[in-house]
Design a protein around this ligand. Structure first.
Ligand code: BYC
Ligand code: FE
Ligand code: FE
Length: 472
């Protein structure tokens, strides 16, 4: 494919050799990135050979290239989906104009802010997950963790490419700042709430991949509709990697549920902690937490920012071009839930400022499909228990429900009721201590921690007991 030079230090399909200025900016940033990776990337394991997938080009064969690589030698590269000839701005005030190849001057600040917000989440998640290698439930899972980590590193590269290629000096400053903020740091936290929460155990990791990486899918899909073509093409390629992250999350929770159900059946009891697995009520509380912090990532139900992003043609809806309406939405409405005293009511609101809520609805429907698959496992074991997504108002910190106390089944509560009952709904310190004590590393090939079932198959056609991470 044109433009790729595999011998280059930065694999890419953006003609980096032709663009000296960009090359200099990226080569200047690269050692800082590697320094950040050493400090804040996976703790330990940096000298190990890991069986990883590397993107070396965007065609089907090139991007699924598997081999052993030491993580610091991973070929983080810059790949944009192939350009679509004659692509247009497909929504908002500029609908029908040719898609922008350069940043439209009047939207520069807004666009930069969107790219920085997206970019900030990528290193944040690596920071959040950096200690997990030490407690891996298997070598198979360890490899999946590292695959997610290196790809989030590549997602950071994708956003830094846009900043360096299109935003000049302030872009370069933002690219540096992306390496300086730290997840959970009081003084220089990551931008969005969920990315400052700890991910201390593998149940949290799997739920993070299911819920929080899925926010990534929906945000990236909306940015993939952007009239700013380089952003669109970058996000389209990132989405192909995102699918694996959600697989890791969904399958990880599924295997946890599976193992718990097996023990419940074998032992004929719900009281499974003494058998070293995660009881379903605890799993539900973890689910409630990760779902609610991820719902916050969509922003306020009514948001002028969201309306502006759309009207400017910068951020579309999920599957914008598949929708059969005017793609301007000036006169349209959308039903939005809000608090009305003691009740939650749904009311039609102008569609443009309701775009965050609409994306949240698309997201929740997708989450529900995954939860249904987990429930299928429980049902097949003949167990009377159903995992449920919490109500959208539950445990929210952003938007219309931030000030309210809402139960997972959607009742508005008094402070006293909330104080008395939240331990039923969110992980307690006791739950956390229990889950933490299960996190003993299992590193013998083909063996799995007691609390999780093995996967049905390995990675890239390899057996489950393959040496996905080599010994030192
Ligand atoms: N925490 O009008 P509002 C991923 C701020 S995940 C803290 O309600 P808006 C990944 C907001 O910034 C995908 N602050 O919301 C997953 C704004 O501040 P300013 C990440 C928050 O702007 C796993 C103010 O509150 N990508 O890729 O309509 C692993 C009022 O905002 C939060 C994106 O998010 C929060 N939760 O929408 C690795 C896409 N929510 O500007 C990676 C880019 C809101 O007044 N970002 N605020 O100072 C966006 O599209 C929008 O910024 C948001 C917020 C959807 C996040
Ligand atoms: Fe990502
Ligand atoms: Fe991801």
């Amino acid at each position: 494919m044109a433009g790729i030079d595999y011998a280059e230090r930065i694999p890419n399909n953006v003609d980096l050799t032709e663009n000296r200025r960009l090359q200099r900016a990226l080569l200047d940033w690269q050692p800082k990135f590697l320094e950040w990776w050493q400090d804040m990337g996976p703790a330990g394991f940096q000298t190990r050979d890991v069986y990883l997938r590397t993107a070396i080009s965007v065609d089907a064969r090139g991007w699924a290239h598997f081999d052993y690589v030491k993580m610091p030698d991973y070929r983080w590269g810059i790949f944009l989906a192939e350009p679509e000839a004659g692509r247009l701005v497909n929504f908002g005030d500029h609908q029908g104009q040719p898609a922008w190849q350069e940043v439209p001057g009047e939207y520069r600040g807004t666009l930069r802010r969107l790219i920085v917000t997206q970019g900030d989440t990528e290193p944040a998640s690596v920071e959040q997950q950096r200690q997990l290698g030490r407690t891996c439930p298997s070598i198979y899972d360890l490899r999946n963790l590292f695959q997610v980590n290196v790809e989030e590193g590549r997602h950071l590269w994708a956003m830094v490419y846009l900043l360096d290629a299109h935003f000049g000096r302030d872009g370069r400053e933002e690219a540096e700042a992306l390496l300086q903020r730290r997840s959970g740091d009081r003084d220089k936290p990551r931008i969005l709430g969920a990315f400052n929460e700890p991910t201390p155990d593998w149940l949290s990791f799997f739920l993070f991949c299911f819920f929080t990486d899925r926010d990534g899918k929906y945000q990236l899909a909306s940015l993939a509709e952007s009239g700013f073509d380089p952003l669109s093409r970058t996000c389209r390629f990132m989405l192909t990697e995102e699918a694996h992250h959600m697989f890791v999350g969904e399958a990880g929770v599924m295997r946890t549920v599976q193992r718990t159900c097996e023990i419940m059946r074998e032992q004929g009891t719900d009281d499974v902690r003494k058998h070293g697995v995660i009881d379903l009520p605890t799993l539900q509380r973890y689910l409630n937490f990760h779902c609610s912090v991820s719902l916050d990532l969509f922003g306020s139900e009514i948001s002028t920012n969201a309306a502006n992003f759309y009207t400017m043609g910068l951020k579309g809806r999920f599957e914008e071009t598949k929708k059969a309406d005017d793609h301007r939405l000036k006169a349209a409405t959308y039903p939005v839930a809000r608090l009305d005293g003691e009740r939650i009511v749904v009311q039609d609101e102008p569609a443009l400022p309701a775009l965050n809520e609409r994306l949240r609805d698309d997201y929740l429907a997708d989450c529900q499909r995954g939860v249904d698959r987990w429930n299928e496992v429980i049902r097949k074991h003949g167990i009377d228990f159903e995992l449920r997504l919490p109500h959208r108002g539950f445990h929210r910190a952003i938007g219309a429900f931030a000030e309210a106390k809402v139960s997972p089944d959607g009742r508005v509560l008094t402070e006293a009721e909330w104080d008395a009952r939240h331990g039923e709904w969110l992980p307690t310190t006791e739950d956390q201590a229990y889950v933490q004590h299960l996190m003993q590393p299992v590193t013998e090939l083909g063996r799995f921690a007691n609390w999780i079932a093995p996967p049905a198959r390995g990675i890239n056609g390899k057996p489950v007991d393959f040496e996905y991470v080599r010994r030192d």
